[in-house]
Design a protein around this ligand. Structure first.
Ligand code: SF4
Length: 349
């Protein structure tokens, strides 16, 4: 991968939140001689290169830090440590025209099409005001610009004077897509962008994303808790667990040769297309609290392959590829398929 191909780079990106402390706890700390307030490392150090034009899927359970990471990519949230680069330049050092290029160039589509649109604004203004304010289009050309975008996302331009409540959920998400496209971005971060929609509408909106990617030469960072949704659209998939990427590979490799037991468990949770039923047990246990993460491998309390070493030594993300394509995994198990008689492969009756 040449540096020219990389549009976004993440280097040890972290986000820490301090736990809110109430008055009684603060007084208690003062009496005991202080001590820093407890903090949560929501994103605990992510390294990732996103190539121009590719779709990266980021998958993990609710609370794993994936939405926080998405917000840091778009600049909505600052990083606590580490660095994000856009087209090779650290975003925290950008100013002037370069800052503006980044802010317009990386847009976000949110999960909830019901709350992410201003209910008091007409669709014409929701989609068209941003590009006018940023000088991408003249005010006199706004209506024609919005009409063209509405057509591109499958909405009738005749509805441009309507308000968000006059549209269905799927149509509202299309408005959100048009609003993002209107700023002529290079990268769109989609945060659970189809999760709030009915399954049949989800497929339509996913197809729209695929079509727009070709037409506008877009790069997507597609965040979802649902590996099945991500597999339809992604070139590569990153699996996130408790603030860290634990496996990263192209989509085919993830489905045919997943190495990390957490990825394997996510795959086993997917319903089988033919029967609509799950093949195996869902993942045991719950995501541990990031306030007090487990020692060693953070997945060890739930892992069917746990060894003594896993409880004390955190596995680093390393390349385990055999065929030349990058395949990163953070697990102490040796590369290669798991044994068929291992606990996680016991089929349930
Ligand atoms: Fe399981 Fe150990 Fe691998 Fe963690 S390092 S996923 S506990 S086998």
């Amino acid at each position: 991968m040449s540096h020219a191909d990389i549009i976004l780079s993440l280097r040890d990106v972290q986000r820490r939140y301090s736990q809110p402390v109430d008055l009684i706890e603060r007084l208690g700390r003062m009496l005991k001689g202080g001590g820093p307030p407890r903090s949560v490392l929501a994103v605990a150090g992510v390294d990732l290169d996103v190539r121009a034009g590719e779709v990266i899927g980021l998958v993990g359970e609710s609370g794993c830090g994936k939405s926080t990471l998405g917000r840091m990519l778009t600049g909505i949230l600052p990083t606590s440590a580490g660095e994000i680069q856009y087209k090779g330049k650290p975003v925290h050092k950008l100013s002037g025209a370069a800052r503006r290029e980044y802010e317009l160039g990386v847009q976000m589509i949110f999960q909830d099409p019901f709350s992410s649109l201003n209910p008091r604004m007409r669709v014409l203004d929701i989609i068209g005001e941003g590009p006018v304010v940023h000088g991408l289009v003249k005010r006199s050309g706004k209506e024609a610009y919005v009409a063209e975008l509405m057509q591109k996302v499958g909405l009738d331009p005749a509805y441009r004077f309507r308000y968000p409540h006059q549209f269905s959920g799927g149509q509202r998400q299309r408005i959100g897509v048009a609003r993002a496209l209107a700023l002529q971005p290079a990268v769109i971060v989609c945060d659970e962008a189809v999760a709030a929609l009915d399954v049949s509408i989800q497929a339509q909106v996913l197809n729209l994303f695929i079509q727009l990617r070709r037409e506008f030469d877009l790069t997507y960072f597609f965040i979802s808790h649902n590996l099945g949704v991500v597999s339809h659209i992604s070139d590569r998939v990153a699996i996130m667990y408790l603030g860290r990427v634990v496996e990263l590979a192209d989509t085919d490799t993830i489905f045919s040769r997943a190495h990390h037991p957490y990825t394997q468990a996510l795959i086993k949770e997917l319903p089988v297309l033919r029967t609509g039923q799950r093949q195996f047990d869902p993942i045991k246990g719950e995501l541990p609290s990031p306030i007090d993460p487990p020692s060693g491998c953070p997945f060890h309390p739930r892992c069917p392959h746990v060894m003594d070493r896993c409880k004390v030594e955190r596995p680093l993300l390393k390349d385990i590829n055999v065929g030349g394509r990058q395949h990163l995994s953070a697990c102490h198990l040796p590369p290669g398929p798991l044994q068929a008689n291992s606990p996680s492969f016991q089929e349930t009756s």
